[in-house]
Write a protein that binds this ligand. Structure first.
Ligand SMILES: [Zn+2]
Length: 685
């Protein structure tokens, strides 16, 4: 299977791998587009897939696969614990034995009992060791358009039973039905079975794990053969996994169910924890513009421990200084105007998710949060837990940002006070914070500049480094499966090392505040490390440094540098904040001795910060592509504010030197820059 894009294969249906020829052949006026395991039909007239979204889909497949593995491990661990508690028996058997009064004969309950049982097995005859099999999962894609993403999920994520692909538009659903049938993953399709494979049992496999209860985990005494089939992953000469006839990766048996209707209504219909349309395990929200109108429905329809993958492409609203009123109405917080505005954008979306979840006694755990190209993409776990919900106010707050030097002062809404009782039990109580935080009235402590209010936004961690490493490990072992691998690896390694502290600075911006020329980054990093502070990059901007040091320390670094390279203070006007910054007495001792760890260079083949490879890189102009391509559902016609502006701004930011000498910004691979360079209309899938 070639993973290259082939938009104009002459005779589709007979030559395209992993597809099932349709009775009527290729629909009139359509061409095909192949991405990884999947080929879909696209209207010839003016539509092509936005290459940016290929990366988004690759990353989504990888993240859901890693989350699925993590979830399996968690469930298995609970299952083993429970099993050990019941003396190596299932809950039912343990109850039966208890009634029969035989529990005592098996010895004390606990781990020893399990070991004892295993030891006794050879004598007892056929193996009775209980093997764990995680329940299959369901994924819901609320705005599925052509179904490309849903089909890829069905073919590339193991353990999926159904991908529920919803769209409001009848013609989009029609296109989807065709694409699903062409890819052999329709409701009536089952993966072809090898003769010696046991019958696939569909019933009772999709019970969602609610509240993480292990008793819902299906236990199956599998034969040795069956286990071997699941584990077996053959690799072809070109390093790709051996797939089945329709391109399913090993362990994948997913099918796509199409629903034509309102996205929110469909998600709300899945909000019950039990029943035939119970909650789903993963919800993918990838609308055009903001995802705000879908958040409430999405959070309600995800099972405990489940995953929400959410995209917002309205960065002009979320980032920058324009449209604070729009940002507040969509996300419940005001955007932050500073160089760290893209990180603030992620925190605004997280705040919106956390506050929405809290209303239902649920809480979020961010796994990965990315600000990419012209959009944000976040992967967040959803759980139920009143104790965790109490922490939301302490993880939420406003931020004051100096308009001149961009010093930020963070004001959380709540604080947690721990108190030990006489019996040695630690009890937590939840209090409000004293204010106002912006000391000195409303002006900046560093430079006297005016402080602007931003937020409320999420103040907790935005990345889970362990999870990022898990995804990296997974994709590194299957590099050939992901065409955008270098960029995925780059983004994940940045997420894995990113400090949880909000916001960052860049050497250029800080130097500019003091009318100085930029100083070598290694020198700044050494000073921070020598003082015992932590440093990391930020994925959100090239050249950015995250640190737990206060802003006053960073300005002291500059003031120390100014001792050897004096600033022309006479060129700075009286009363300027720059003058105040320069003349402020130092409060820290700065040590520029080169530190061995003062480097944030690339180590492998990862691509860290990618420049826009196309002149028209960015979200498609929607209106035109709707007329010529597959119509997008009305639900997506959420008000959009000049996304192009954010895009051009973003490009500007990326043109600025990144400060990392060894950063090689790789161009997008040739295949990604697919035929359509001259196309003005792009279809955003
Ligand atoms: Zn300031």
């Amino acid at each position: 299977m070639s993973s290259t894009t082939s938009p104009t294969t002459p005779n589709p249906g007979t030559e395209i791998p992993y597809t099932i020829p349709l009775p009527d052949g290729t629909p009139k006026g359509h061409t095909t587009h192949t991405e990884s395991t999947t080929t879909i039909f696209l209207p010839k007239a003016g539509a092509f897939l936005n290459p940016v979204q290929h990366y988004n889909r690759d990353m989504s497949v990888a993240v859901i696969r890693a989350w699925n593995e993590m979830r399996k491990e968690e469930l298995e661990s609970k299952f083993r614990k429970k099993l050990a508690k019941n003396g190596g028996l299932s809950k039912k058997q343990a109850k039966r034995n208890k009634l029969a009064g035989v529990t005592e004969e098996l010895g004390p309950a606990g781990v020893d009992a399990e070991v004892q049982m295993k030891e006794e097995q050879p004598v007892a005859g056929p193996s009775t060791e209980r093997k764990f099999q995680a329940p299959s999962i369901n994924i819901l894609e609320a705005l599925a358009a052509t179904g490309l993403r849903s089909i890829r999920y069905a073919k590339e994520i193991p353990n999926v039973k159904y991908v529920l692909a919803n769209d409001l538009s009848p013609s989009a659903c029609e296109a989807m039905r065709r694409n699903v049938a062409f890819n052999g993953v329709g409701e009536d399709s089952l993966p072809p079975r090898k003769p010696w494979q046991p019958t696939v049992r569909e019933e009772g496999t999709a019970i969602p794990a609610e509240n993480g209860e292990a008793e819902e985990v299906k236990v199956e005494e599998k034969t040795e053969e069956a286990s071997a089939v699941e584990e077996k992953k053959e690799i072809t000469e070109d390093g790709l996994e051996v797939k089945d006839k329709v391109g399913r990766r090993p362990g994948c048996k997913g099918r796509v169910k199409i629903n034509e209707g309102d996205a929110c209504a469909f998600m709300y219909s899945h909000r019950s924890p039990v029943g035939p349309s119970s909650r789903v395990d993963v919800v993918d929200l990838d609308p055009y513009g903001t995802a705000a109108p879908f958040i409430d429905a999405a959070i309600g329809s995800i099972s405990d421990g489940g995953l929400l993958a959410i995209t917002c492409t309205d960065l002009a609203v979320l980032a920058g200084q324009q449209y604070p009123e729009k940002c507040y109405s969509n996300y419940g917080g005001v955007n932050v105007h500073a160089e760290y505005t893209h990180e603030a954008a992620l925190r605004l979306v997280l705040h919106s998710l956390a506050s929405c979840a809290a209303r239902y006694g649920r809480y979020i755990t961010p796994l990965l949060s990315f600000s990419i190209d012209f959009y944000v993409r976040l992967f967040v776990r959803i759980n139920t837990g009143p104790e965790q919900v109490k922490r939301v106010s302490s993880n939420t707050g406003v931020v004051y940002t100096c308009h001149f030097c961009e010093t930020s002062v963070i004001q959380p809404f709540g604080r947690i006070v721990e108190r030990e009782t006489a019996k040695g039990v630690v009890r937590e109580s939840f209090k409000t914070h004293a204010g106002p935080t912006a000391k000195n009235g409303s002006s900046c402590e560093e430079c006297g500049g005016t402080m602007h209010l931003g937020g409320p936004l999420w103040l907790g961690p935005i990345q889970d480094p362990e999870f990022a490493k898990r995804v990296m490990k997974d994709i590194s072992s299957q590099e050939k499966e992901y065409k955008t691998f270098p960029r995925m690896l780059g983004m994940l390694s940045l997420a894995a090392q990113e400090l949880p502290d909000p916001f960052f600075f860049t050497a250029n911006r800080v130097a500019k505040c003091l009318h100085m020329s930029s100083m070598p980054l290694n020198k700044i990093l050494s000073a921070l490390l020598n003082a015992g502070y932590k440093i990391s990059r930020s994925h959100a901007q090239a050249g950015a440094v995250k640190t737990d040091a206060p802003r006053s320390f960073i300005f002291d670094i500059m003031r120390e540098e100014a001792k050897t390279t004096p600033i022309r203070i006479d060129k700075i006007s009286e009363g300027s904040p720059a003058r105040k910054l320069i003349s402020k007495p130092m409060t820290h001792t700065i040590d520029f001795t080169p530190h061995p760890d003062a480097s944030l260079e690339r180590t492998g083949k990862e691509t860290f910060y990618q420049v826009n490879p196309l002149p028209n890189w960015g979200p498609a102009p929607r209106a035109k592509s709707i007329q010529v391509a597959v119509p997008l559902p009305e639900k997506r016609k959420v008000e959009e504010v000049e996304v192009g502006q954010s895009d051009s701004k973003r490009s500007k930011v990326e043109e600025v030197g990144n400060g990392y000498e060894n950063d090689v910004i790789l161009p997008q691979t040739q295949e990604d820059v697919i035929a359509g360079k001259d196309e003005e209309e792009m279809m955003n899938l």
